[in-house]
Design a protein. Sequence first.
Length: 65
Amino acid sequence: MFRTLRGEMVKAGLSVSQLASKVNISEKSLRNKLNGVTEFTWNEVLEIRKIVSPNMQLEDLFKAA
């Protein structure tokens, strides 16, 4: 799930662990969210976009594939 987000993480040079740390959630929690097990909160969505790809539309960055 979230292929675009994962791709943008790679472009930004961020691992799951690094992004989780920047968003102040556990690595396991971020992995669950990326895999569609749990949902992102609105604040997490906004923070992740700011960190990973601030100019990308939310709909594009968080499009579930």
